[in-house]
Design a protein around this ligand. Structure first.
Ligand SMILES: [Zn+2]
Length: 85
């Protein structure tokens, strides 16, 4: 069974949104876990993340890039062809 890497994204009290830099559970704020599978990242970037975090407005470009980068890294870490859906 393939393991999914989880990324925690936090909607901070000051209204910003970013990937949780700290150890799990150490940061106050509304958090959401998304996994690094392409379908899950795409759903998150297409509005899923805003819904989960009750964040209004566009996601910061830096956050989008970081999520896509982690998704790519995760895919490279797996042997074999990626299955499209
Ligand atoms: Zn997933």
């Amino acid at each position: 069974m393939p393991q999914e890497a989880l990324i925690r994204v936090v909607h901070w009290a000051d209204g910003t949104i970013s990937i949780d830099p700290g150890p799990r559970g150490a940061v106050p704020g509304r958090g959401a876990y998304i996994c690094t599978r392409p379908g899950c990242v795409e759903r998150a970037l297409k509005g899923g993340l805003q819904k989960m975090l009750r964040f209004e407005g566009p996601l910061p470009a830096a956050l989008e890039e970081e999520l896509l980068e982690r998704m790519r890294r995760e895919r490279e870490g797996n042997d074999g062809e990626a299955q499209g859906s």
